[in-house]
Design a protein around this ligand. Structure first.
Ligand code: PLP
Length: 490
């Protein structure tokens, strides 16, 4: 049975269900598989499966201690009509490149692919471990993750979720998306402060002794280091490969490339794991914006976070410390926990580290990387629009541009957000004189430029009632959580 290992202490071995519950190891290490303990993919056996069937098989492949019937129930509850296409993702061809749209979920971004199923996997894991407590999810968000987590956990039995977001620092649409969330078990709080203040509230709660001692509530987190978010992202890489085989674009076992817009490196790491387990991938293309830490790392083996942080039009990639690199180092160092620990220590103390020659060789063998600034991103959006009338959001445009730059075919560029989610920047990329009063007017303007329908969840957002009104200072966070718990167990 595949187990998971602490990337900083290989002697700590946990079952999949425990890794999902814990999220992260106590010493800040992450849980990761040893890939040689996992069976190679049987693509021929999976060739005719639809998305939901493939999801079931793949989740069982990795999370072997969860019951098969329960996994099936998770899949059917997660990957249903809340996605606006039946197979949850969509593969299109624009120009020379294939585009894999992973943004057809309830919040119009790829985070939905994992966050719609994580709550159900977590519930299964609790049953497996025979934990009877109610699950309380705490989430700090700078925008996108919060809404995806809220939609995922909404109305899931025996769970409750609180999302903290910085009052002044999210877009109008993002705030509207979160504050209009329905569901009896959801709670959204605006914090007078920035994202770090929100993050600190969550951290303080996890360290608070009264909360730790509480026997009826288990605190948990939905952030991207949970292995329960990584595995569901493997599904669409396998699905899109088989789709290309089935539609005759490639023959089984032909190699293809994937280009992925990267931030925390979770999405592309899922593709890398698929490659290691036999999905015929030649290169993985790391696409970054002006915050090009990852591109430099792939190109030089030097990870250097000591640089200016840039706000860009692809904000979900505005990241300097990319957490899933730790799992990549664990795999590429052949599971050498001590060297992972050293690299992570150097990163924390000095802000940078350089990997050894063996790791660097493998980076070169598996990855290529390119960087595009906002101007180039906008040019890409406009160029593809003029050629095809199709709009890419800024994140997806960077993946597309990187795939074109790499040049070799066949390549699939992964599209991670709906263009409507970034309607203003997309409109202005196509017509730089486009000026509207608010985000909803930009959505309407974009709808008149393209044939794509406006996603339902954004279309009616403006008219939805606000369900969450609480605004707090950063010092009130813990008390709010303690009060909520009193209400929950009453
Ligand atoms: C989160 C996100 C990314 C980055 O994905 P990682 O897994 O963090 O590398 C890219 N695009 C969009 C739209 C996202 O929301």
């Amino acid at each position: 049975m595949p187990n998971l290992y602490n990337t900083r202490n290989i002697n700590e071995k946990v079952s999949p269900s425990l890794a999902i519950i814990k999220g992260m190891a106590a010493d800040q290490g992450l849980y990761c598989f040893k890939l040689d303990e996992i069976l190679k993919f049987d693509l021929e056996a999976w060739q005719k499966l639809n998305y939901q069937q493939l999801a079931k098989v793949l989740i069982k492949h990795f999370f072997d201690d969860l019951d098969e019937k329960m996994i099936e129930a998770c899949v059917l509850q997660a990957y249903d009509s809340k996605f606006d296409v039946p197979e949850c993702v969509k593969l299109q061809k624009y120009g020379q490149l294939h585009v894999l749209e992973t943004y057809h979920g309830p919040t119009c971004a790829f985070k939905d692919m994992a966050l719609t199923i994580l709550p159900y996997l977590l519930t299964c894991a609790y049953q497996k471990q025979q934990i009877n407590k109610q699950i309380y999810i705490l989430c700090a968000t700078s925008g996108d993750t919060g809404k995806a987590a809220l939609e995922g956990f909404k109305d899931v039995k025996n769970t409750y979720i609180t999302v903290f977001f910085p009052q002044e620092n999210v877009s109008y649409i993002q705030a509207q998306q979160m504050l209009t969330t329905s569901g009896k078990n959801t709670n959204v709080i605006q914090v007078k402060g920035n994202f770090d203040d929100c993050q600190k509230i969550v951290k303080d709660c996890f360290e608070d002794q009264t909360l730790k001692d509480n026997q009826s509530i288990q605190l948990s987190s939905a952030n991207s280091i949970n292995i329960g978010r990584l595995v569901p992202q493997i599904i669409y890489y396998v699905w899109s490969y088989l789709q290309l085989v089935n539609n005759g674009t490639i023959k089984m076992n032909d190699k293809i490339n994937f280009s992925v817009p990267c931030g925390n490196f979770g999405n592309i790491l899922a593709a890398f794991i698929a490659k290691k387990l036999g999905l015929p991938i030649d290169k993985l293309i790391v696409a970054t914006n002006r915050n090009d830490v990852l591109a430099e790392f792939i190109q030089t083996g030097h990870y250097d976070s000591r640089r200016e942080f840039h706000k860009t039009i692809s904000p979900s990639m505005d990241i300097l410390i990319s957490s899933n690199i730790e799992r990549l180092l664990f795999i590429l160092s052949n599971y050498d926990d001590q060297s992972v620990k050293n690299y992570m220590h150097q990163l924390k103390e000095q802000g940078h580290y350089t990997v050894d020659a063996t790791i660097f060789e493998q980076l070169q063998e598996n990855f290529v990387a390119y960087t595009f600034d906002d101007e180039m991103t906008k040019q890409q959006i406009k160029k593809l629009y003029l050629e095809t009338k199709h709009c890419l959001d800024p994140h997806s445009a960077i993946a597309y541009a990187a795939a074109e730059k790499y040049g070799k075919l066949p390549t699939v560029a992964v599209a991670t957000a709906s263009p409507y989610k970034f309607a203003k920047d997309v409109c202005q990329a196509i017509d730089h004189s486009c000026k509207k009063d608010d985000d909803f007017d930009y959505i309407a303007a974009l709808a008149s430029l393209t044939d794509e329908p406006i996603p339902t969840s954004l279309k009616y957002l403006y008219d939805l009632p606000i369900n969450h009104h609480q605004i707090i200072t950063k010092d009130q966070g813990i008390q709010v959580i303690i009060n909520n718990i009193k209400e929950m167990i009453k």
